[in-house]
Design a protein around this ligand. Structure first.
Ligand code: CO8
Length: 258
């Protein structure tokens, strides 16, 4: 099958979900391609940040309902259906920003939540409507949304299947920034942030992402100790010397990424 996203080169790197006939519904082949692209970007040391986006109308309207409809328990269980969809959260070390315009529903909302930062337009629509289909979120939505907005609000959204707006996503801390306007304004702001992240030492950026991620899993004490150890470790990097020397000499740091 043909590629269902296109790549655009910027200072960061961008993956655009491009399955307009199904509002970017996430089929297994689409996810395989997405995972391949993310792995290639992640291996490329010249890429300092990755952006995932969709169209003006849809970031992604969920997992492909038509693909899932005939699925049986035994096939889903024995093939560990959608387990590979966690590749982004489990294996990608480069920061990933989701730029959400339009619908981010079900698996689309979960894909955005797997990213490190979400930017959205004020007109974006998020939601976990799986309950209306007789199922529940299956790619981390019940866990990540709950961590992001708290139990009561997440429970209400997941049990009612009600959507929430881009504006609410910003107010509740799901999205780091809500951009007024359309996809163009959204991409301009997202790429600026991707470029800022990509302009820093890769070693420090990967470490920063790792410690923030650990805060979601470790106790406060374990997390603070983990952070301190990684902080100590960075004194073994060339970029720590480069960054601090450049500050003292009032020069711009030229990172070695080592
Ligand atoms: N799957 C398959 N096809 C879809 C999906 C989907 N999730 N969403 C939209 N489409 C298709 C429609 O069937 C339609 O196709 P056709 O033209 O052949 O009839 C086309 O896209 C356009 O859609 P609509 O005509 O419905 O467009 P509207 O503007 O009228 O409505 C909506 C837009 C409100 C977004 C509507 O399409 C909708 O409700 N979509 C389904 C949303 C949904 O329920 N998503 C959750 C799916 S379940 C899920 O994601 C489980 C997650 C499990 C793990 C996922 C891991 C990442």
């Amino acid at each position: 099958m043909g590629r269902e996203f296109s790549e655009l080169s910027t200072n960061g790197r961008q993956v655009t979900l491009n399955r307009p006939k199904a509002l970017n519904a996430l089929s297994s082949p689409l996810f395989e391609e997405l995972n391949d692209a993310l792995s290639k970007y992640d291996e490329n040391k010249d890429i300092g940040a990755i952006v995932i986006t969709g169209s003006e109308k849809a970031f992604a309207a969920g997992a492909d309902i038509k693909e899932m409809a005939p699925l049986t328990f035994s096939a889903a269980y024995s093939n560990n259906f959608i387990a590979p969809w966690s590749h982004l959260a489990n294996a990608i070390r480069t920061p990933v920003i989701a730029a959400v315009s339009g619908y981010a529903l079900g698996g689309g909302c979960e894909l955005a939540l797997m990213c490190d930062i979400i930017y959205c337009t004020d007109k974006a629509t998020f939601g976990q409507p799986e309950i209306k289909l007789g199922v529940i979120p299956g790619a981390g939505g019940s866990q990540r949304l709950t961590r992001a907005i708290g139990k009561s609000k997440a429970m209400e959204l997941i049990l009612t299947g009600k959507n929430f707006s881009g504006k609410e996503a910003g107010e509740w801390g799901v999205a780091a920034r809500v951009i007024e306007g359309g996809k163009e304004e959204l991409m301009a702001e997202t790429l600026k942030t991707a470029e800022t992240i990509a302009s820093y030492s890769r070693v420090a950026v990967v470490a920063a992402k790792e410690v923030v991620d650990k805060s979601q899993e470790l106790s406060l004490r374990e997390g603070v100790e983990y952070e301190r150890r990684l902080f100590h470790g960075l004194f073994g990097s060339k970029d720590q010397k480069i960054g601090m020397t450049a500050f003292a000499e009032k020069k711009k740091a030229e990172w070695s990424h080592e």
